[in-house]
Design a protein around this ligand. Structure first.
Ligand code: ZN
Length: 485
């Protein structure tokens, strides 16, 4: 009997040990000090709402709407007079704003805050589904509607609003604060932030930390923590590459078709991307940080699964494959985005073409991806080449143990007290990728709480932000600007 009890205790201990090993690390983000609560101006919301009325839409660089940008710049100048008189301000490229606020310390470090003033277009077919016009800056039921309300005029205006109210009280940072407001982030950023970064390289100007947009305060999107707001801070950004796969095979008359042809080869190749993915799922540094930060906050069962790693690695990776976000976090995605073949309805074509897009995980190169595609395409008789000659490798991963990551976490907790902090992998592209290598670290975070239902509003229908959320966003920058030491 005694033996059985002892065996039972041992089993229970072994079973719970992995769970006990996972201790919460959220306390280090509790703000140790209070910051000054600079008052936000009464017309902050109307200034921001008006900013959404300028159609600073990014389509292709040659189609930039100069009048819209000039109009927005005039609005900024008249709305933020202290910012425009006390900071040194430059226009880079055609419509990218570059600003500097000199720090008070003789040993000042350089900090850079990035956001962008361009927005994606609104599909005319969807305008009827908007609850307010996307380009008038309407406020309905305390929600500010418009393209850019979330991505990313909110952060540009929030930063400027914070600065304006702080400058009014005579505040000055210890460090040199630089600001870059890009003009073409939505189409790669090469003509705005890209040129700004190039100029930094020429002038040997580098930064201690860069803060850009991207991860939000996610509510309901992290499995196992559906009811907790989680600040997802991008510490690395996936790369981007598209390849073109060409298939050449004898065509002929459609009245006597062969069993094989270029369309069938292309189709078999495309299906194989789903049925037998080219790239296997794996853990990356941002995902490791994500698990370290969030697993201790989960239920006993999930804690146990994470605590039993590496034994449970394959189980965890498999569970990530059940959602598009999970797959994007753990793999080099591979998806066909364009297909083409045929010139006439009664001719079996002798060639076909498939364009595939991949978002590249940290630690892979563009060459690795092209090579992997070539290997797969060869099996189906295809050949691979770069599409459009455009591609960008993944960025490096920034440390989430660094002082500025902790400071950022403290500012988040100070304004959004019940929020958990976590590193994350940015799946899309931001302007900060242009500055890769110019900063010790880059953190991508947009201080706006968004539910699962809110996410499609970004680049979608009824993009909007609540008046209170916009005020919190301004307060967040006021807190962060003071907390950086
Ligand atoms: Zn954006």
């Amino acid at each position: 009997m005694k033996k059985t009890i002892i065996t039972l205790i041992v089993i229970v201990l072994i079973a719970t040990l992995p769970v006990l090993r996972l201790e919460s690390i959220q306390d280090k983000y509790l703000p140790a000090t209070e910051t000054t609560n600079f008052e936000i101006r009464g017309d902050a919301v109307s200034i921001f709402a008006k900013g959404l009325s300028y159609k600073t839409i990014s389509q292709v660089p040659l189609m930039i709407d100069s009048a819209a940008f000039e109009g927005l710049f005039d609005h900024l100048k008249s709305s933020f007079p202290l910012v425009f008189s006390k900071l040194s301000i430059d226009t880079i490229s055609t419509h990218t704003l570059w600003m500097k606020l000199e720090g008070s310390s003789t040993k000042a470090d350089n900090m850079l805050f990035i956001s962008h003033l361009d927005v994606v277009p609104v599909d005319p077919k969807t305008i009827k589904d908007w609850e307010a016009d996307p380009f008038t800056g309407e406020v309905v039921d305390n929600f500010i509607y418009g393209r850019g309300a979330l991505d990313d005029k909110a952060s540009a205006f929030g930063i400027l609003e914070a600065l304006e109210s702080m400058l009014a009280s005579g505040w000055r940072p210890t460090h040199n604060y630089y600001f870059c407001f890009g003009q073409d982030e939505e189409i790669g950023g090469t003509h705005g932030a890209g040129i700004a970064a190039e100029r930094c390289r020429e002038q040997k100007l580098s930064f201690r930390t860069i803060f850009d947009e991207a991860g939000t305060i996610s509510i309901g999107s992290v499995p196992g923590l559906e009811h907790t707001p989680i600040a997802l801070i991008g510490i690395a950004e996936k790369g981007y590459i598209s390849v073109e796969v060409n298939f050449e095979q004898a065509g002929g008359h459609s009245s006597m078709p062969e069993k094989e042809n270029a369309i069938l080869s292309a189709s078999a190749f495309i299906s194989s991307l789903n049925d037998n993915p080219i790239f296997s799922p794996e853990f990356t540094a941002p995902l490791q940080g994500f698990m370290d930060h969030l697993a201790p906050e989960m239920s006993f069962g999930l804690k146990w699964a994470f605590g039993m790693r590496p034994l449970t690695n394959s189980l965890i990776l498999r569970s990530y494959q059940n959602s598009s976000t999970g797959r994007a976090l753990t793999t080099n995605t591979a998806v066909a985005t364009m297909v083409g073949a045929g010139i006439k309805d009664n001719v079996v074509p002798s060639s076909s073409r498939v364009v595939c897009n991949t978002r590249i995980l940290p630690s892979y190169s563009i060459d690795d991806i092209v090579h992997a595609y070539s290997k797969r395409a060869t099996k189906f008789g295809g050949t691979v080449q770069w599409y459009n000659d455009y591609g960008s490798g993944p960025t490096g991963s920034s440390s989430y143990d660094s002082e500025d990551f902790i400071t950022l976490g403290q500012s988040i907790k100070s304004i959004f007290p019940n929020t958990l902090i976590s590193p994350y992998l940015t799946l899309g592209g931001t302007d900060s990728k242009n500055f890769d290598g110019l900063s010790e670290q880059i953190f991508r975070f947009l201080p706006i709480p968004l539910t699962k239902e809110d996410l499609p509003r970004i680049h979608g229908i009824n993009e909007r932000i609540h008046v209170d959320a916009y005020n919190d966003l301004c307060r967040f920058y006021i807190d962060l600007f003071q907390r950086i030491e």
